[in-house]
Design a protein around this ligand. Structure first.
Ligand code: ATP
Ligand code: MG
Length: 183
């Protein structure tokens, strides 16, 4: 988990390489992709448009996606998702209690980074349509996501880790996760 542009996908990409080198089977699931497949009939162009649907609709798709993910057979599954989603009605939790129960995670890992670096990463990644927030707003989202991480951990009983994805050091962040999870 982590806010948009913090580098989850990038870190996981390195994690998949580490797993491959060690011969560990690791299934990577992008929550937004599963939601997109469910929302395909709703004329949505990309993952960045999901948060523009009505909150009711997003909640319905979220839950359906969690059920799909629950049914994926795996040895080790890494789920890439957001703890908070910026919607027109304010922040929507990405992993509310019902979804948390459905997913039944074993570990929670928050990818964290410097707010100014996140702003630069968002600006530099033209392949995506992330919200353009200023550094203060990004800082506040990073703080909010940490609070939600604690709540999610307390609700689930899962241990949590906060892994720093420093500039140019995504591989190190992945190595930290691999070592903690014995991948
Ligand atoms: P989203 O939740 O929106 O999918 P994300 O957390 O998956 O975002 P990424 O797509 O992995 O974010 O990264 C966003 C951008 O930041 C990409 O252009 C990526 O190359 C860059 N980036 C990620 N990690 C680092 C890093 N450690 N140093 C420099 N650039 C990075
Ligand atoms: Mg991503």
């Amino acid at each position: 988990v982590g806010i948009p542009g913090v580098g989850k996908g990038t870190v996981i990409h390195h994690l998949l390489r580490i797993a491959k080198a060690k011969g560990t089977s690791l299934t990577y699931v992008l929550y937004g992709d599963v939601m997109m497949r469910i929302a395909a009939k709703r004329k949505i162009k990309d993952r960045d448009e999901l948060r523009k649907l009505s909150v009711k609709e997003q909640q319905k798709i979220q839950l359906e996606a969690a059920k799909k993910i629950h049914s994926i057979s795996h040895h080790f599954l890494i789920l890439d998702t957001h703890l908070l989603i910026r919607t027109k009605e304010g922040y929507l939790p990405g992993v509310p209690q019902q979804i948390l129960e459905e997913l039944a995670p074993t570990n929670l890992i928050l990818v964290d980074a410097d707010p100014a670096e996140v702003a630069a990463r968002r600006a530099g990644d033209t392949s995506r349509a992330r919200d353009k927030l200023n550094v203060e707003e990004i800082k506040s989202e990073l703080e909010l996501s940490k609070q939600l991480l604690l709540t999610t951990s307390a609700l689930s009983g899962c241990p949590f880790m906060i892994v720093r994805n420093s500039e140019g050091k995504a591989e190190e962040a992945a190595a930290t996760i691999a070592s903690a999870l014995k991948i």
